[in-house]
Design a protein around this ligand. Structure first.
Ligand code: M6R
Length: 369
């Protein structure tokens, strides 16, 4: 049931504030993050972990990339992200102090399942971040941290993505608490950010109208670029994937700093570029670098669509369109920034008369390797 929405994807984009709320529910006790499924592994085992490898595919791998910044920051454990289908073939260095965290909405993705089985055979601790109750991957893993986003029907993942980031953040906060690397202030600040998140996400969802107008004018666009830095980088990759997937438009995401190492040659008159602009309050250095990137591409004729936090006026002289999002701590910005990009893909797909929920050549769950 689409609940009055034109597509499941539209419904699921709209459900994100509740989805992230449900992922957090029951996992904050007396102001501290406590995930019972992780506690069950034993605090000693969690303290011994010296390396985390996140394995996932597609959108779930971008959630993993966003999560890796937060886990490193809060738990001070090195985290790397690998695509599930690449993992086994590199003969990865694993030990009994390694934790492998798989991220999968369906819990049935064959590439990810095979990577998890490989990890289990090598004796590492496996944690599954999954949205589907009792799916194969969480059943095989040592611990399952469910996202509780509710069933996701559209092939293009939306609410599962933001719930996956949320779950990975909770894991980072849990590990940081157990290992003593997380200060009381940082912990309280993150818990406060989670409490404020649903309302801010509702404001992000409300960018729909503005995005719909933008997409209307861009219905003939043949290529779109996305730029981001730090946690904005995987969001740029996700914005591009969404567009390829459901609007069949060539799109690429880049780390903003990489622009001058090649991709800037792509910029030509009228080339649309979405830029995820870090907060000038919490990340002034990154903010000024990204504003310079905007100036460079604008000087070469790009059509700049800037996604900024409300009150950031630095980009105004150089942006053709500005999408404003509520203030949030740097690590929480991706959970807001991705929403207008989801709407953009949906609106361009609709403008092209395509089936938003059932894109060609794709299945909701990829159960072959
Ligand atoms: O079920 P999973 O999360 O394991 O699926 C992984 C990818 O196949 C999935 O995220 C895919 O990239 C989506 N269709 C993206 O919208």
């Amino acid at each position: 049931d689409k609940g009055g929405w034109s597509s499941f994807m539209a419904k699921e984009i709209n459900e994100q504030p509740e989805a992230v709320e449900n992922t957090v529910r029951g996992r904050v006790v007396d102001g501290l993050v406590d995930i019972p499924e992780l506690s069950a592994l034993g605090d000693d085992r969690l303290r011994e972990i010296d390396r985390i490898i996140i394995i996932a595919c597609g959108t779930a791998s971008y959630a993993g990339q966003v999560g890796s910044y937060a886990i490193e920051q809060w738990a001070r454990i090195p985290v790397e992200v690998q695509l599930s289908h690449e993992f086994r073939y590199r003969d990865p260095v694993l030990s009994d102090r390694t934790m492998v965290i798989s991220v999968s909405q369906s819990g049935e993705t064959m590439d990810t399942l095979m990577a998890v089985k490989y990890a289990i055979e090598r004796g590492v601790t496996t944690v599954s971040v999954c949205n589907t109750q009792s799916a194969t991957i969480p059943r095989e893993s040592d611990a399952a941290v469910y996202t509780h986003a509710g069933p996701e029907v559209a092939v293009a993942s939306t609410k599962a993505f933001t719930a996956q980031i949320t779950a990975l953040y909770l894991i980072g906060l849990h590990l940081g608490r157990v290992r003593g690397t997380l200060s009381a202030e940082a912990s309280a600040e993150a818990v406060q950010q989670f409490a404020e998140l649903p309302e801010k996400m509702r404001e992000a969802v409300a960018t729909h109208e503005q995005i719909a107008q933008l997409a209307h004018w861009m219905a003939d666009t043949r290529s779109v670029l996305f730029l981001g830095r730090h946690v904005g980088y995987p969001i740029a990759l996700e914005g591009a994937l969404k567009l390829k997937e459901i609007a069949y438009i060539h799109a690429e995401g880049f780390a903003a700093g990489e622009l001058k190492h090649g991709p800037i040659a792509l910029i030509d008159h009228g080339q649309p570029v979405f830029v995820l602009v870090p907060s000038p309050r919490t990340a002034p250095l990154m903010h000024s670098k990204v504003v310079s990137n905007i100036q460079e591409i604008r000087a070469r004729g790009a059509r700049v669509i800037a996604i900024v936090e409300v009150g950031d006026t630095a980009v105004l002289p150089y942006a053709d369109d500005v999408i404003r999002l509520p203030l949030a701590d740097a690590l929480f910005e991706p959970l807001l920034e991705v929403v207008p990009l989801q709407w953009f893909a949906l609106e361009l797909s609709t403008a092209k008369g395509l089936d938003v929920d059932q894109p060609r050549n794709l299945a909701k769950s990829v159960t072959v390797e």
